[in-house]
Design a protein around this ligand. Structure first.
Ligand code: NIG
Ligand code: FE
Length: 423
């Protein structure tokens, strides 16, 4: 009789970085000592076999290979021969993964000096992607999203947030969220968190200068979309793009209040293109995260530093791609905020699926240290999704989310700039 394996044993990793000290500090003001670096390390996981595929479940043991407990030493191990490092599975906590079409035309215009907002006013921008996404079938969207998720997996990402927001009608938003749900089933090796971003922009045909039209479309989100998304169990969180030319602070607050009542956790595209004090709103409403923060004020920074809940999610790929000034990462970290990094993968402002490339930008332009970067893409990213109690570090009892790197040192993940996952 076939006895499926119960444990997976990995030995002789060049190093295992557990990140245990990062959890102890809730991801704030971390230093090299918090990385929990174990040289010649081993990792033991409990496993389950799903459709013939061995899926790791929980972390059973972690430590130096020389101290591997006897009960695991009889199991045939995967020997990494000192050539590869093991880290907690990376968390990309802010992506717009599901969309159709591309924005290469917008990009060419931006390269010629036209601003992101100007392109949006002329009918490009988010609206261009919305048109393409509305026309696409669920199967087409699933196919492209799966390729993108697999690309991210190859870069070490094991936990992924996916926002809707390129549908904007009930049917099209549900279509995108169903794609995210299908991805969850297709990729059991990844943890997928889905976020409803129906308030990403106003749908086509809505006159955003007209108060009544705005009200109607917000009513549609609050009274129809949110309850339906909840009823179908299609999203964990709700996000709003509060910014100049998009949703106002009051509109954002209105939508998020209803979302909270319905039981969604909250996220916010905050202080990205202009300062709207939306970061403070995120903290006030105990959102999981305030994301972007290119224009965050000193009081926004202070609010984040005080919050035990709201993570500052920085997306330096977007500032790079929009040629904007970067978020004040050092100020946030020094003030005591919990700072995460993510790709913001989307066709307009960050067409980049590589979290390691974002880490490189963070090292060079946000002046983040290696421990801060590590924390930002592991524990802090998990906290921005509300799952830091089980993900983000390699500690016994946690979910078995880990990545074996194609390099002997963790630092090579981003010191080696824009490496190809297929190498
Ligand atoms: O996170 N800020 C809003 N949404 C995206 C951009 C979307 C787009 O340009 O398609 C962002 O930057
Ligand atoms: Fe975004």
């Amino acid at each position: 009789m076939y006895n499926p394996p119960m444990f997976q044993v990995i030995t002789h990793a060049s190093e295992v970085l557990t990140g245990a000290g990062i959890r102890a500090k809730d991801g704030r003001k971390v230093t090299d000592d918090d990385l929990g670096r174990i040289l010649d390390g081993a990792l033991v996981l409990s496993v389950k076999t799903v459709r013939g595929k061995v899926i790791p479940q929980r972390i059973e043991w972690v430590g130096p290979t020389s101290q591997l407990p006897k009960r695991f030493s009889k199991i045939r191990a995967t020997n990494l021969k000192g050539k590869r490092a093991i880290i907690p599975g990376l968390v990309d906590c802010h992506t717009h993964l599901v969309f159709a079409g591309d924005r290469s035309e917008d990009f060419a215009e931006r390269c010629a000096g036209v601003s992101y907002q100007e392109i949006a006013r002329k009918g490009g921008g988010i609206a261009r992607t919305v048109r393409a996404t509305q026309l696409a079938s669920e199967a087409e969207l699933l196919k492209s999203a799966e390729l993108r998720a697999r690309e991210m997996f190859a870069f070490g990402v094991r936990t992924l947030e996916i926002k809707s927001g390129y549908g904007l009608t009930l049917e099209d938003e549900l279509k995108i969220l169903r794609v995210a749900a299908q991805l969850k089933r297709k990729l059991p090796e990844m943890h997928i968190h889905s976020t409803f971003l129906g308030a990403h922009d106003f749908p086509p045909g809505i006159d955003r200068a007209c108060k009544e039209s705005r009200k109607d479309s917000i009513r549609q989100i609050v009274d129809v979309m949110l309850p339906e998304v909840k009823r179908l169990g299609l999203a964990d969180s709700c996000d709003v793009f509060v910014d100049d030319g998009y949703f106002t602070l009051r509109e954002g607050q209105h939508i998020l209040t209803r979302a909270k009542q319905l039981g969604f956790s909250l996220k916010l595209h905050a202080d990205e293109l202009s300062n709207t004090e939306s970061t403070r709103l995120a903290v006030k409403m105990a959102a999981l995260s305030a994301d972007h923060l290119l224009q965050v004020s000193l009081s926004g920074i202070r609010a984040l530093a005080k919050s035990r809940k709201t993570v500052a999610v920085l997306l330096p790929g977007t500032a790079f791609y929009l040629k904007a000034d970067h978020a004040p990462a050092r100020k946030l970290i020094q003030a005591g905020a919990c700072v995460a990094l993510a790709t913001d993968f989307n066709p307009g402002s960050s067409m980049c699926a590589s979290l390691p490339a974002i880490m490189t930008i963070a090292a060079l332009y946000l002046q983040m240290t290696r421990a801060e970067i590590f924390a930002a893409v592991t524990y802090n990213g998990a906290k921005a999704l509300g799952c830091e109690d089980r993900l983000g570090t390699l500690e016994v009892g946690n979910l078995a989310s880990f990545a074996i790197l194609p390099f002997p040192k963790f630092e090579e993940l981003y010191y080696r700039f824009a490496w190809s996952a297929g190498r």
